[in-house]
Write a protein that binds this ligand. Sequence first.
Ligand code: ZN
Length: 197
Amino acid sequence: MAVLKIAQMGNPILRRVTDPVSKQELSSERLQRLIDDMIETMREYEGVGLAAPQVHVPRQILVIESREKGRYPAESESPLMALVNPVIVERSPERVRGWEGCLSVEGIRGIVPRHERVTVEALDRAGKPVRLELAEYPAVIAQHEIDHLQGILFLDRMEDLRSLTFMREYSRFWSGADDDEEEEEGEGEGSAAQEER
Ligand SMILES: [Zn+2]
């Protein structure tokens, strides 16, 4: 396995609409290795999700894993998942607003509105169809990552750019009860703390 280089905002790869993956391709050694490398890269940079275009591959693959045990409530955890050709088939009308960051938008956070619950259909890495009903934090991560597959960054989803914040200022002014852990959760992909549920 290998840690891959992460594309940063401004790289056109992050703005491309990605192509789906066929079942045959998915079973190839090349794509299975890509998924392993994406998992290793996500863990290396302490992200909670990673989409293939972030590692310069314009295909519909993402990985999600949130292991924030002890720091966030139970609903914040998400087991390791690799999703291929994921589609959001249902969205709750209810929305949540939470701070998000992105491994491809280094050092910046902002408050993003997301659907509180989504249903996602995809293939798992073995090519088996899966249907996931996600809520709260895992739902937010899934929306963030699936957006990447459409060339959309969290900044595009912000309704009010006035919450755009550098990490240092986030730690200083906005991290609230997480003050003592500000450095650790610094650059993570996805949402750090939900507000206004
Ligand atoms: Zn991202």
